[in-house]
Design a protein around this ligand. Structure first.
Ligand code: SAH
Length: 352
């Protein structure tokens, strides 16, 4: 473990990097040159930035770290889903995942080390929240995953569905995702980026006011407060109505249809009556439901739903007038469910 707290070059926005170049007596456009090297040309150090003057490269080396992590585990599933476990400068670890579909290359990123939300079926929060990730640490996951792709292949989508509650670290998440579409970035606009939240109404409003059309996914998981509070404990102080209201405002303001995620836990929230209740909440809304069959987590007393139960849930929602898909399972033969690889790693580390 080190106490190295130098800023990362990726902590800086495009304009902050331009200001830094100018303070060094260099033109602002050097910032775009530098950004193109680490985003577009996938180098992993300042010395490789050939068109950046040597003096400026020296100053970059003195002032910034290039990467904050080292790869401590890299798993590849039979469906070519890949997962990286990154160890940060303070010894904490985070995960990020590459998922391949015909035309999409999606990276799933984490926003926190651990999570404070405590959803009872989720591996990420089992040991609580350790800390927020910085802007650069969030971006670095995308850069690391991008570097796994062949030269002519590019990340097409980002989902903020890894470890942590993204809206609990909105102050660092927004600069990280905003910079992707700035000049010299990866050319990924807000419509290619999905932010998944446990449902924090004030933060959903803040995101709407930010004004960029990010896709919003809300983890509902239950159609009423009694059940939702059992499986998503933070719901006790929030409530389903307040979440739906904030999500409606998000849609009105950004024009982006909201997705509701619903983890199907065998015999807990997968009954047809739950589907009917969910349909009555959502049928008048321009919403989409994404059903996620529970990924089993060692030590947690939940099971995945049976296939007939899942099918019935889908049909009931459709009959109730709700648009629904079932999430395809990716990386089933690696520890791809949120937080599982990190947890496995933590549990095999000697405690000092
Ligand atoms: N904190 C954010 C991001 C979490 S991960 C949120 O709550 O949305 C993205 C999704 O995966 C969430 O819907 C989360 O509830 C779900 N998830 C977590 N653990 C899971 C598991 N074991 N099986 C299936 N889905 C899970």
């Amino acid at each position: 473990m080190t106490d190295n707290v130098r800023p990362l070059v990726t902590d800086l926005s495009r304009s902050a990097l331009a200001n830094w170049c100018e303070a060094f007596g260099q033109p602002a456009y050097r910032a775009d040159q530098i950004r193109r090297w680490f985003f577009g040309k996938r180098v992993d150090n300042f010395d490789a930035m050939h068109d950046v003057p040597a003096r400026l490269r020296l100053a970059l080396n003195e002032e910034f770290d290039f990467f904050a992590s080292r790869i401590v585990d890299h798993q590849v599933a039979t469906d070519r889903t890949e997962k990286l476990l990154l160890e940060l400068r303070d010894g904490q670890t985070v995960e990020c995942v590459l998922m391949r579909e015909t035309r999409r290359r999606t990276v799933c990123i984490s926003t926190q080390v651990g999570c404070a939300m405590g959803c009872v079926f989720c591996a990420s929060g089992l040991e609580g929240l350790k800390r927020n990730l910085s802007v650069g640490e969030i971006l670095e996951q995308i850069l690391r995953i991008d570097r796994l792709l062949p030269e002519n292949d590019r990340i097409t989508n980002v989902v903020v569905m890894g470890i942590g509650e993204p809206l609990h670290n909105l102050g660092n998440l927004l600069p990280a995702v905003d910079t992707l579409s700035d000049k010299g970035g990866l050319g990924l606009g807000a419509r290619r980026i999905t932010i998944s939240t446990v449902g924090l109404p004030e933060k959903i409003r803040e995101l709407a006011q930010h004004g960029k059309p990010y896709n919003l996914a809300v983890s509902l998981h239950a159609p009423n407060d009694k059940l939702r509070t059992e499986i998503v404990p933070v719901n006790a102080n929030i409530g389903v109505d307040a979440i739906l209201e904030a999500a409606d405002e998000y849609f009105e303001r950004t024009g982006r249809r909201v997705t509701y995620e619903y983890v199907l836990l065998g015999n807990v929230n997968d009954h047809p009556a739950h589907a009917r209740e969910l349909a009555s909440l959502l049928k008048m809304r321009n919403a989409h439901v994404n059903l996620i069959p529970m990924n089993l987590v060692d030590g947690l007393p939940f099971s995945d739903p049976s296939t007939p139960r899942t099918d019935e849930f889908v049909q009931t929602l459709q009959q109730g007038g709700v648009n629904v898909t079932v999430r395809k399972r990716k990386g089933a033969d690696i520890d791809a469910a949120c937080g599982q690889l990190r947890l496995a790693h933590e549990q095999t580390q000697p405690t000092i």
